[in-house]
Design a protein around this ligand. Structure first.
Ligand SMILES: Nc1nc2c(ncn2[C@@H]2O[C@H](COP(=O)(O)OP(=O)(O)OP(=O)(O)O)[C@@H](O)[C@H]2O)c(=O)[nH]1
Ligand SMILES: [Mg+2]
Length: 321
């Protein structure tokens, strides 16, 4: 049986459980998860190497988690939707994920329309079945079946890891034959710097309320990796002095709490001790600055770092001055 490979785009409304599903399938926390909508802001790739089993060939599935589909009202929101369309454009199968615990909404229609426009087959995933009565499932599946010719409809619980084996079988069946895109030993192409920034942002999302989570972003400013200790300095940007006051907290207590918890998670990720320094800065209206938002993209940041390193090397090489 020929090996299969391809890209599977996880598409859905905010909070549907896309990132939970990515993490559950890959078996590692690659994407941050919170109960707040619009947690994910970039597309995140996780690699699932599937062994051959019975009639199922071996395969590499490149899962692509995407930001929740919403009507953007800022440069950040527009960038998030570009991430969605780029992921959709290059995929071999669409995993349209719907939260069945909530009421049906017109917003589901909007996401369904996006999925329909893709030329790839669409698998419909009915997620969070742990939250509904069993009797509701069949009528729900029937109602969805009438709306579109889905390749398959699969009930699951990403959080409880139910229904994942059937999902993997269906995804592999939808992929074309081909070799792996990435080395078998890798789980993601995300740089650890980005993962660390996200773990800090996750703590901000969980510890603060109202508009602060949405107005906050995290940038790594310094990263020095040693065998036993990694020194990291990061800035949490927000949009107003009032938000900064909340993020710092009385006597710095909030920032300390965010820092301590994020540090523990980053230490687990890196397997070294971490010295984490956090700063809070106000950048008024950053969500509406295209330049600033583009600068948050890790692909762009990695290019900048490579360029900088190249520049320094040139400067050090004798005879080139
Ligand atoms: N009960 C239950 N909760 C779930 C399930 N899957 C996800 N959740 C919860 O739903 C919330 C949102 O999960 P995420 O994985 O962050 O959702 P998302 O689709 O990535 O959201 P955005 O990144 O904001 O678009 C979290 O509180 C999850 O724990 C599930 O199968 N059952
Ligand atoms: Mg997410």
């Amino acid at each position: 049986m020929a090996h299969r490979s391809g890209f599977a785009c996880i598409l859905g409304r905010p909070n549907a459980g896309k990132s939970t599903l990515l993490n559950a399938l890959v078996g590692e926390k690659l994407a941050i998860v919170t109960h707040k909508p619009q947690t994910t802001r970039n597309r995140i790739q996780g690699f699932l190497n599937v062994p051959r089993k019975g009639k199922r060939p071996a395969a590499q599935v490149v899962l692509v988690d995407t930001p929740g589909v919403h009507k953007p009202d800022s440069a950040l929101g527009r960038k998030m939707m570009v991430e969605v369309s780029e992921a959709l454009g290059g995929c071999h199968v669409v995993l349209l994920i719907v939260d069945v615990s909530g009421a049906a909404s017109q917003k589901d229609d909007f996401v369904l329309e996006l999925a329909k426009r893709s030329s790839a087959p669409v698998l419909l995933l009915l997620n969070k079945i742990d939250l509904i009565e069993k009797g509701r499932l069949l009528p729900l599946m029937d109602a969805w079946r009438r709306r579109f010719d889905f390749r398959d409809i699969l009930p699951l619980s990403a959080r409880k890891r139910q229904g994942l084996e059937d999902l993997i079988d269906a995804v592999v069946a939808a992929l074309p034959p081909g070799p792996s895109y990435f080395p078998d030993s890798d789980l993601t192409d995300l740089p650890v710097r980005f993962l660390a920034a996200e773990l800090i942002r996750e703590r901000v999302l969980l510890e603060t309320g109202e508009e602060v989570p949405y107005a906050a972003t995290v940038k790594i400013e310094q990263w020095e990796e040693g065998p036993k200790l990694t020194r990291i300095a990061a800035v949490i940007f927000c949009e107003r002095e009032g938000q900064k006051a909340i993020l710092v907290g009385r006597g710095g207590t909030m920032l300390k709490k965010i820092g301590t918890q994020a540090r523990l998670e980053i230490e687990r990720l890196l397997g070294t001790r971490v010295f984490l320094e956090l700063f809070v800065k106000v950048r008024a209206g950053w969500r509406n600055s295209r330049d600033f938002v583009e600068g948050l993209d890790w692909r762009r940041q990695m290019l900048d770092i490579a360029r900088l390193a190249g520049g320094q090397q040139e400067a050090r090489e004798p005879g080139k001055n």
